[in-house]
Ligand binder design. Structure first.
Ligand SMILES: C[S@@+](CC[C@H](N)C(=O)[O-])C[C@H]1O[C@@H](n2cnc3c(N)ncnc32)[C@H](O)[C@@H]1O
Length: 306
């Protein structure tokens, strides 16, 4: 194996404080890659899909729908940002198995520095192999780091111009969401952009409708946030909202969720437990909430004040 294709090893950022949720969440993601591919598709994107039904006469795979959604978010960011996007330092917070970092490297070929932060070592190891295989070793740093400790990332004097946060704040209790947005406010350059995808709930505090039936809640789905709260925290930390919309549509999100459920039931007919069972069950509850308009997948472009 050449030096260039050897895996990118994650740098471990030592925690300032303990996170009571971390171990449970890390365990929730701890299935092997083949198992996850059976559920999520080859690219292992784990944040919705755009099906665009009239424009899609043939069946659209999870990979296509997921990639289409991320591309749509990047197009919206380019269209709505105050200044042309030409980032020099990009952060993908909660970077999953690495697809988005690879896509960001293609989308912004001039960006010399792409960084992924994740609490899951196994995901980061997959990321490290994927990105090295695509010749991105020189441009990428991976950090085994909790969002709680973003302030400990190296080179605080070199700000980030673009931060992607897809599906990660979903797992955060409000205290961690507020702490990570405050840390980003210090790390993002004036005019820098946040591209966010998150699930937000009407009447988040009052609603008793179940999403999960698992009292252990491996994915920490109980931390529901309303659109108003989510945006208020961004604004209070100096981020202006440049674009905010329901994307993918509620029906596309339900479509995506039920495909995951169908994949689980087809590939594991003997049944599943733990985090996969939570996905299988939550897929129904969340789809119903989406279709009744009680929840929505929001795509947000926020910009740090100049
Ligand atoms: C739903 S997945 C989304 C993955 C990816 N962003 C995507 O678009 O497909 C959420 C990701 O956030 C990571 N994550 C969750 N809590 C985190 C935390 N406190 N700090 C860092 N990463 C976290 C998970 O390990 C996982 O990779």
């Amino acid at each position: 194996m050449s030096e260039e294709t050897a895996r990118i090893e994650p740098v471990v950022i030592r925690a300032e404080s303990t996170d009571p949720q971390q171990e449970r969440l890390v365990n929730a993601y701890e299935y092997d890659v083949d198992t996850w591919r059976k559920v999520l598709g080859h690219n292992l994107l784990f944040e919705w899909g755009v099906y665009d039904h009239p424009a899609s006469p043939r069946p659209v795979s999870l990979d296509e729908a997921g990639a289409r959604f991320f591309d749509r978010q990047l197009e919206l960011a380019e269209r709505n940002a105050s200044n042309p996007l030409d980032p020099r330092r990009i952060l993908d917070l909660g970077c999953g198995w690495g697809y988005c970092l690879r896509r960001l490297a293609q989308w912004f070929p001039r960006c010399p520095r792409l960084e992924g932060v994740n609490i899951s070592r196994s995901q980061l190891e997959h990321c490290g192999s994927l990105l090295a295989e695509h010749g991105l070793k020189q441009r990428t740093n991976l950090y085994l780091c909790n969002a709680r400790d973003l302030r400990l990332l190296p080179d605080a004097d070199v700000g980030h111009d673009l931060v992607v946060m897809r599906g990660v704040a979903t797992h955060f209790p409000p205290e961690l969401y507020e702490r990570s947005v405050a840390a980003l406010a210090d790390r993002v350059v004036p005019g820098g952009a946040l591209v966010i995808s998150d699930t937000l709930y009407d009447n988040a505090a009052d609603s008793t409708a179940a999403i999960t039936e698992d009292e252990n809640d491996p994915f920490e789905l109980r931390h529901r946030k309303s659109p108003e709260y989510f945006v208020r925290v961004l604004r209070e930390n100096g981020f202006a909202i440049r674009d905010m919309r329901v994307l993918p549509s509620n029906t596309d999100v339900a479509h995506w969720l039920l495909e995951l459920r169908s994949n689980i039931e087809t590939h594991f007919p003997e049944g599943v437990t733990g985090a996969l069972e939570e996905i299988r069950v939550a897929a129904v509850h969340l789809s119903v909430m989406m279709l009744c308009g009680q929840a929505g997948a929001y795509s947000i472009l926020a910009e740090r004040a100049e």
